[in-house]
Structures are given as structure tokens and as C-alpha cells.
Design a protein around this ligand. Sequence first.
Ligand code: ATP
Ligand code: MG
Length: 260
Amino acid sequence: MVEIPRSHPRYWSLYYRERIIEGMEKGMTARAGLIAHGRGEAFDYLLGERTIEPAERAMRVAVAKFLLAEHPVVSVNGNVAALVPKETVELARALNAKLEVNLFYRTEERVRAIAEELKKHGAEEILGLNPTKRIPGLEHERGRVDEEGIWKADVVLVPLEDGDRTEALVRMGKFVVTVDLNPLSRSARMADVTVVDNVVRAYPRMVELAREMAGYSRRELLEVVGDYDNGKVLNEVLLHIRDRLTRLAGEGVWRKKDLE
Ligand code: ATP
Ligand code: MG
């Protein structure tokens, strides 16, 4: 990995960029994954590169839904494996969920490389190596899923997912949770719960929440879910961005050192 000076004002951004590049070099991340990462970074700039309240609320509901689920599955792709491999394994464990490698650009080598990385971080069972089922409405390679995983799942977490696939999962009747920095993406608009946050912040927080809520009763978990309204949460994210930009424009950003 290229050495990044700790003093650089954009240290973390550059650090995760290097992680994505490294993910590609390890054979896990697709070239298009680099582009998707850049799109995410742009939205993170607009959000203010922090976890905002609507995202925190979405995470709490997502975790509660997972703890209430019968067959919960956490899906893993090449970007997620590059950015948060350890947190992915921890999250699946804390949620009692299965891990499935599920790729938009599926190749056997990429699936194997991701499974290896997850094993290195302590994963035991990994699904998606031999997917025998297909999501209706998606053509062959894009639709392949594991019979014991996403196929059977009632609640699925599909972070950084393509909108078409998110929609197909919703149509199958799954309860779909996504993590996506772009509140306007099709995935963000199609999912049942959208966590508009960077996966590098969202996953550690969701692990904390899962451990905290592990002792909750069913009733308490249902209370957390309450009458959650994903449309309202997405609107709040848009208003957060609008209000922040309005404030920044008022303060002026020219030669301003740090933005809040
Ligand atoms: P859609 O298909 O949902 O309309 P898209 O085609 O713009 O979206 P995809 O490449 O299909 O994008 O999905 C990747 C999504 O992941 C993008 O919306 C991008 O903003 C988001 N993303 C990229 N990096 C991160 C990250 N680190 N954390 C959270 N979201 C991210
Ligand atoms: Mg897409």
C-alpha cells in the first residue's frame, strides 16, 4: 500500500482509496468498483463525512429487523471486502446472520478472493461459492444466489448495491437493507431501510448497536422498528444536505480550512 502522510488533511479519504486499490490488486474489487467508490466519496463530501441522525435511526431499525429475522443474510461485494472485511465478519456474527458473497460482476476468482479475505478475518461459513438459484427478473450471472443464503433469506443487507438488484430483491418479498451514500440512487430509493452513510462508519456503529440490542426482547425490538418510514428518512437526508449547503454558502467556503 502506498504510504500516506498522516499529516495530510484528507488522510482517511486517501487511506480508503488505497484500500480499494489494494482490493483490486488482491482480485476482490472490480474496476467498476473504483468508480462506484468515487461516486460515494462525492456524496460523503456533501453529507459532511459524518454519520447524520437519519442514518443512525435507519441503522437502529436495520439492526432490530435483523435480530427479529428468521433467515438474516449479510451480502458481501468487492468494495465492502476491501474496506471493511473485519467489520463485515463481526457484524454478521453480532446479528446471527449468514455471510454470502454476492457480486454484480461475478467471477469465480473474485468470489474466492473475497471468501479468503473474510476467512482471514475469522469468518467460518461463507455462502455464495456455489449459487444454484436465481433472482427472478435478473439475467443469469447477475441473478445468481445461494439457496441457503439470499434465496431463503427474509432480511438481507446489501451494501453498495446496484439499484436493479435491490429492486429485484424487494420484488421477491425480502426485507432489504442497504448502506449507500447516495440518497438518490435507485438502491437507496428501493430498499426498505436505507442507511445513507459511508460503510466504513456504518459497519462499526452497527456492530455496536447489534451488541447493545442483543439482549432486547422481541417486544423491545419491535418498538425500535416502530412505524419507521424510509421515505421520510430519505427526505431528511436530502434536507440535511440542502441545509448544510445553504449554511456553507452563507459562511463562505473560499480558503476556509475545515468545513463542518
Ligand atoms: P443505483 O444502481 O442504485 O442507481 P449507481 O448505479 O449509481 O446506483 P452502483 O455502482 O450500482 O451505483 O452502486 C454503488 C453505490 O454505492 C453508489 O450509490 C455509491 O454512491 C455507493 N457507495 C460507494 N462507496 C460507498 C461507501 N464507501 N459507503 C457507502 N456507499 C458507497
Ligand atoms: Mg447501478
